[in-house]
Design a protein around this ligand. Structure first.
Ligand SMILES: [Zn+2]
Length: 277
């Protein structure tokens, strides 16, 4: 699933490619991608003719400002946004196609259809979309001191990985980056959040910022399914920098002990049993 670094990479691409463009027409196949709207016409009427003024990000959500309204996009498990020319063949699983007055298209593909997009007014964004208004701090956009971060950690008594993946605590981190952050901090995923020393809080805080920013520099992670692509259809390169994620049995890059894997809810977590304490 795309996490903060992948969504931030797309945000930067969209800023370059679609800001200032006016949406001439929108084609929608099926209701799945726009399921919050009562029907296609309702969605189309809200976006057709609008100019994209700005592209921002909150956690894993992309926000395309359209004057009074905002178009929110969440990629779910396998959503892709791709820049295309009108003449380009239409790939399978293309759900929404925006054609711009100035030429060119933005296409939304999603094989597994967990992703979605919807339009709300700027006011409604704060009151009717709790998934966005209740997001915790965004490590790339918001400024928070490490001691404020520590106070929040200590106020909770949950396992570190659970807390990092809680979107209301910190926005944008999922299964991959929580494992990578905890390895960088040298902390175990099941350590309780209130048990950290001051030193460990600082290490964790630094690991959050450094891991995410490093992943953005590498334009995100594309796993073996290659489902994550940037706006130009190109895969990211951070997967080759992963220290633990999907490296079960391989040598830890810090202590050479084999990386371990264990069950975490419905998913897996990867860690070094020797140097993460
Ligand atoms: Zn290790």
């Amino acid at each position: 699933m795309p996490e903060l670094p992948e969504v931030e990479t797309l945000r930067g691409d969209l800023e370059k490619e679609v800001v200032g463009r006016r949406i001439k027409t929108v084609e929608v196949s099926g209701m799945r991608a726009i399921r919050r709207h009562p029907n296609k016409k309702h969605f189309i009427n809200k976006v057709q003719g609008q100019k994209i003024e700005r592209v921002t990000r909150r956690g894993k959500y992309l926000l395309l400002s359209l004057g009074e309204d905002v178009l929110l996009i969440h990629l779910g498990m396998s959503g892709q946004l791709l820049k295309a020319a009108v003449k380009d063949p239409v790939a399978p699983h293309t759900h929404v196609t925006f054609t711009f007055t100035q030429g060119g298209q933005l296409r939304y593909l999603d094989p597994r259809t967990f992703g979605e997009m919807f339009v709300v007014s700027n006011e409604a964004l704060l009151t009717e979309v709790p998934e966005v208004s209740e997001l915790g701090f965004d490590p790339v956009v918001d400024v928070m001191s490490w001691d404020a971060f520590g106070a929040r950690l200590r106020a909770r008594k949950v396992k570190l990985k659970t807390l990092l993946m809680d979107q209301r605590f910190v926005a944008g981190i999922g299964n991959i980056y929580s494992d990578e952050i905890l390895w960088a901090a040298g902390l175990r995923n099941d350590r309780s959040s209130e048990s950290l020393s001051t030193q460990e809080v600082r290490r964790l805080y630094r690991a959050v910022l450094e891991t995410l920013n490093d992943a953005i520099k590498h334009r995100g992670s594309s796993l073996s399914d290659q489902q994550y692509r940037d706006l130009y259809g190109v895969v990211g390169s951070y997967q080759s920098e992963h220290k633990v994620y999907a490296r079960e049995g391989e040598a830890c890059r810090r202590c050479r002990q084999p990386v371990m894997r264990s069950r975490w809810g419905q998913r897996s977590t990867f860690f070094c049993g020797a140097c993460q304490v």
